[in-house]
Design a protein around this ligand. Structure first.
Ligand SMILES: *[C@@H]1O[C@H](CO)[C@@H](O)[C@H](O)[C@H]1NC(C)=O
Ligand SMILES: *[C@@H]1O[C@H](CO)[C@@H](O)[C@H](O)[C@H]1NC(C)=O
Ligand SMILES: *[C@@H]1O[C@H](CO)[C@@H](O)[C@H](O)[C@H]1NC(C)=O
Ligand SMILES: *[C@@H]1O[C@H](CO)[C@@H](O)[C@H](O)[C@H]1NC(C)=O
Ligand SMILES: *[C@@H]1O[C@H](CO)[C@@H](O)[C@H](O)[C@H]1NC(C)=O
Ligand SMILES: *[C@@H]1O[C@H](CO)[C@@H](O)[C@H](O)[C@H]1NC(C)=O
Ligand SMILES: *[C@@H]1O[C@H](CO)[C@@H](O)[C@H](O)[C@H]1NC(C)=O
Ligand SMILES: *[C@@H]1O[C@H](CO)[C@@H](O)[C@H](O)[C@H]1NC(C)=O
Length: 905
């Protein structure tokens, strides 16, 4: 081709690209820029705070313009005024101020008005990295009431801790390690009707990414000790560049060691341990002894992570050595530790430790000449992440609406923190959906009589899940946006404004077909019934002419841009494109089958292997020969399709070796199916009642109980938010060829997302005999309902009796068992088919666990974790009895790798 011609084209393209790019950028950015503006503003605000690398130090309650450097800690503090819009500043009472009182405690911010008040902090270093957040409180009778308050502290949308005081000078410090997954970080104080919440100081510090990495996004500090301190003072900034607070602590029966040399003088580990802390250590008093110490975190169901820090501080000779083994609760944490001279080493627990008791032992190795030492340690407790924050697109839009119309001053007082979560503290004037395992979304917005003026901004159209919008009795002007974009919108109230112009055609369609109801009375300039009057149309035509010309150029520009980008061989960067790619990926990973495939798989529904409330289960086989169970929905089932959909979605997210695994599903009109793995021995109910089968041994039964309990425990505690099965029964426990039990049928499962002890109200679903009586009476569903049902299953395994014994008078298994228990007659309870071949202690333990599950009030029942622990204990006893020389206690340990649903984003 002619070189000149090509050059021409190149020129043309360049020109067009520049023009088109400018126009499209301008149009596209105007929305994006607007929503980002408030973020920018805050970013500038906090830059100044980076005194300790990537940190924020706030002294709550001091005047807005005041900043100061604390003499003792050398930390530079700012006022909290720019981080929160509510609350009042207060000074603590003079009588509690002494020379030793740190300045941050002399003022507080107190919150007498709103129920929930939130500080909004921007992460200095972005999300998904580790922050230490520390909130400090000292009452000091700041309100002259002489009454110690008590209140709750939240981080983001989840409960962090409760704040309580022993006296007016009691300094309460709450510390947490947090990996935020959203843009804004909220620290909220919640009034629990036990006094006015207040706060003295709030600090954020940023950690190196490779330290303190765990599977948990929230770790609450339990203890951080500088072992064997010689000064007996708290070490923090500047000795600790991360500003952790190390408390002096001595271990019992130990001898102090110290050095004056600096630890890690040339190089730091990821933990950046302060030399002042590492320079001191302890060893056992008698150098042949082990170093032993223990802690009780007080929460039997909590998980914790531990970090032990070591550095050799004695100069060892050639022929000397120090090596030791560390165990935690009897399990080996590290086989052999040899701290390096003046260099730090950290041993962490790698995985969460279950339970409240932490017993550490450090043993000298046989060939070591020196005893074990310990320089410092930390223990953190995992906080459950129960709630998800509101859908991020919704948050962006509502935040922009809030700032654009300056709503802070009117109803905006409650507009702090996350808009929807936790649900019971959602903002005034809006309603949210409870989406279970998905983020909540805004479904209703009521801004009637809120003093809005100007035009209706496009952000309203970004609240994609809106069902009802009320903007009546404001001073809104300008044209109507096309609300038909909001596909779920059912009611729209715009009456009493000064809107003008015509009704967008899309909106008109929705109004005509009745899918949207609206009110627009009291807008005199709005042309509701038809096109606007003559003289106006003139102008409109003119505008339309200009607009169409602009549109023409834009379209041309875009087309050219596309061509040019193709030519320049660049990748398309449009968001849409990315999104549709994601959809494709999701679709293909769905494991979705068509009805005709289902017919092939089941060989035209040849063999029935089970029948349930709403479905029939058929035997099938996949192309590769794998046998599967296919559950088909019965057409006469009401709401069945919905139920199947729930089951399919759930099963796709839940993976655990004690839960029946999901291989695919079919969801065509009139045909809904779920494909499970096939379980050779069918369900436990059939197995127990089938006289032709070899009776199960006690070992098999207790193993089945442990398996099933682990499956349920996983649903309750491994899934976030927790899942309640709602239909635990022997018919829903399946057995594979290895007699391993798996819990099946999530059809009734209802995702459960609430704080400790809360519950959700639902239509009562379940199976007679297994149904929790409290749930039946009150319709309040909690995890404890599953515990009750599991108790019945366990009793069936022990007794070999069905849940309800049929006779001229039906007897419930609980009544039946209680009858014999009252007389202390265990022999009558235990299934005679076992011929007394079991360990008595093991049986008793299982029976105790079963009985503990079935009190009529849910509060008296233990958690599944507790039951799992008890049953494992029972299994161990039985295994030991059977052992007789063969060493094969094969315990099933909870699968820690398993994942369930999406983590909190
Ligand atoms: C707190 O005390 C300072 C002086 O120590 C004073 O300027 C300030 O007004 C007081 N604040 C309140 C809320 O009383
Ligand atoms: C206040 O309570 C703290 C923490 O319990 C305690 O250490 C301190 O001695 C108490 N102070 C007074 C004056 O009672
Ligand atoms: C250890 O600490 C004590 C008390 O502070 C001090 O007297 C001694 O010199 C220190 N020993 C070393 C080796 O630094
Ligand atoms: C510091 O540590 C890094 C990684 O741990 C190592 O690669 C480097 O050689 C060390 N530098 C010195 C001076 O010890
Ligand atoms: C420690 O054990 C060694 C060898 O068993 C013994 O010689 C030494 O006296 C013991 N030391 C103490 C302090 O008991
Ligand atoms: C190490 O060698 C020195 C002499 O060089 C001796 O005094 C000491 O007892 C030896 N220590 C051990 C543990 O063998
Ligand atoms: C102690 O023995 C282990 C093997 O049992 C060996 O790996 C280690 O190097 C020995 N330590 C010393 C200081 O001799
Ligand atoms: C939110 O829900 C409540 C109860 O269902 C209802 O009374 C209220 O009108 C709703 N609010 C809005 C803004 O729709």
């Amino acid at each position: 081709m002619d070189g000149k011609w090509r050059c021409h084209w190149a020129w043309c393209f360049t020109l067009w690209c520049v023009l088109a790019y400018t126009i499209s950028e301008f149009l596209g950015k105007s929305i994006v820029l607007a929503t980002e503006k408030n973020y920018m503003y805050n970013k500038q605000g906090r830059r100044k705070l980076d005194d300790v690398s990537g940190s924020i130090s706030i002294d709550c309650g001091i005047a807005e313009e005041v900043t100061y450097t604390d003499e003792k800690t050398q930390i530079h503090y700012f006022s909290d005024a720019q981080f929160i819009g509510t609350g009042i500043s207060k000074n603590i009472s003079l009588q509690f101020i002494s020379e030793k009182t740190q300045r941050t405690f002399t003022t507080v911010r107190s919150f007498p008005e709103e129920k929930r008040n939130c500080y909004t902090l921007k992460h200095p270093e972005g999300r998904n990295t580790i922050y230490l957040i520390r909130a400090s409180f000292m009452y000091g009778n700041y309100d002259d009431l002489n009454k110690l308050p008590q209140f709750d502290l939240y981080v983001g949308v989840n409960l962090w801790d409760s704040v309580m005081f022993d006296n007016a000078t009691h300094v309460v410090i709450k510390e947490i390690l947090h990996v935020p997954s959203v843009d804004d970080l909220y620290v909220c104080l919640l009034n629990t009707d036990m006094g006015t919440p207040f706060i003295s100081a709030l600090e954020v510090r940023h950690f190196d990414d490779s330290s303190y990495r765990t599977n948990s996004k929230l770790l609450s500090l339990y203890r951080r000790f500088d072992i064997g301190s010689t000064t007996n003072e708290i070490v923090r900034f500047e000795e600790d560049s991360y500003d952790r607070m190390w408390y002096p602590y001595d271990l019992p029966d130990s001898t102090l060691l110290n050095t004056s040399f600096t630890i890690d003088s040339l190089n730091h580990t990821a933990y950046h341990l302060p030399s002042a802390v590492m320079q001191t250590a302890v060893r056992p008093k008698n150098e042949n002894d082990s170093l032993e110490f223990d802690f009780d975190t007080g929460h039997p169901t909590s998980d914790s992570y531990v970090y032990l820090h070591f550095a050799e501080i004695e100069e060892l000779k050639e022929n000397e050595s120090r090596a030791f083994e560390i165990t935690l609760n009897g399990k080996i944490l590290s086989e052999s530790v040899t701290p390096k001279y003046l260099l730090s080493t950290t041993i962490d627990s790698k995985q969460a430790i279950r339970g409240n008791k932490l017993k550490f032992s450090m043993y000298k190795k046989p060939n070591s000449s020196h005893p074990p030492i310990l320089n410092a340690m930390e223990i953190y407790i995992v906080k459950e992440f129960l709630h998800l924050p509101t859908d991020s697109e919704d948050v962006k839009a509502i935040m922009f609406i809030k700032s654009h119309y300056k709503l802070e001053s009117s109803l905006g007082k409650s507009w702090q923190g996350d808009p929807c979560a936790p649900l019971k503290y959602s903002w005034n004037g809006l309603n949210c959906s409870n989406n279970g395992y998905k983020s909540p979304t805004i479904t209703a917005l009521n801004l009637a009589s809120s003093g809005l003026d100007g035009t209706i901004i496009p952000s309203f159209l970004e609240l994609k899940f809106l069902e009802s919008l009320d903007l009546s009795n404001n001073s809104l002007t300008g044209p109507l946006p096309d609300f038909s974009n909001l596909q779920y919108l059912k009611t729209l109230n715009l009456s009493g404004n000064r809107l003008s112009g015509e009704i967008p055609p899309g909106l008109k369609e929705r109004l005509d077909d009745g899918s949207l109801l609206w009110r627009v009375d009291g807008n005199p300039d709005l042309c509701v019934t038809g096109p606007c009057e003559e003289d106006k149309t003139h102008i409109i035509r003119l505008v339309a002419g200009i607009l169409s010309a602009i549109v023409f150029f834009i379209v041309l520009g875009i087309v050219m841009t596309i061509i040019w980008r193709r030519r320049c061989n660049r990748k398309p960067v449009s968001k849409r494109a990315v999104r549709s790619n994601e959809e494709v990926v999701l679709k293909t990973s769905n494991k979705q089958f068509s009805y005709s495939q289902i017919m092939t798989i089941t060989n035209n529904f040849d063999k029935t292997i089970g029948k349930g409330g709403c479905g029939v289960v058929y035997l099938g086989s996949l192309q590769d020969g794998t046998q599967v169970a296919v559950k088909m929905l019965l057409p006469q089932c009401p709401q069945g399709s919905q139920q199947f959909q729930t089951e399919a979605q759930l099963l796709m997210r839940v993976h655990h070796k004690n839960l029946a695994s999901f291989l695919g599903y079919c969801n065509e009109v009139g045909h809904t199916a779920i494909i499970y793995e096939y379980m050779t021995y069918g369900n436990l109910e059939q197995y127990l009642s089938d006289a032709r089968r070899e009776p199960l041994s006690w070992r098999q039964r207790i193993q089945i109980a442990v398996d099933a309990a682990q499956g349920i425990e996983y649903l309750h505690h491994g899934c976030k938010p927790p899942i309640i099965h709602r239909d635990i029964k022997t018919a829903n426990i399946l057995l594979n060829e290895k007699m391993q039990a798996k819990v099946a049928d999530f059809g009734f499962s209802k995702l459960f997302s609430a704080e400790n002890g809360s519950h959700v109200s639902t239509v009562v679903i379940g199976t007679v005999g297994y149904l929790d009586p409290e749930y039946y009476i009150s319709s309040w569903l909690t995890e404890k309902s599953d515990v009750y049902s599991f108790g019945i299953v366990l009793l069936e395994l022990i007794t070999g009796q069905p849940a309800i014994k049929k006779g001229h008078q039906n007897t419930h298994i609980v009544q039946w068992v209680n009858h014999f228990l009252e007389r202390g007659d265990i022999q009558q309870i235990v299934d005679p088919k076992m011929h007394g071949d079991f360990d008595f202690g093991s049986m008793w333990k299982a029976l105790e666990a079963a009985v503990a599950c079935v009190p009529s009030t849910s509060i008296q029942r233990p958690s599944m974790s507790h039951i799992v622990a008890e049953l494992k204990e029972s299994l161990k006893m039985e295994a030991t009895r059977e052992q007789k020389g063969i060493n094969s206690i094969e315990m099933n340990v909870v699968d820690l790798e398993a994942h369930c649903g999406p983590d909190a984003r």
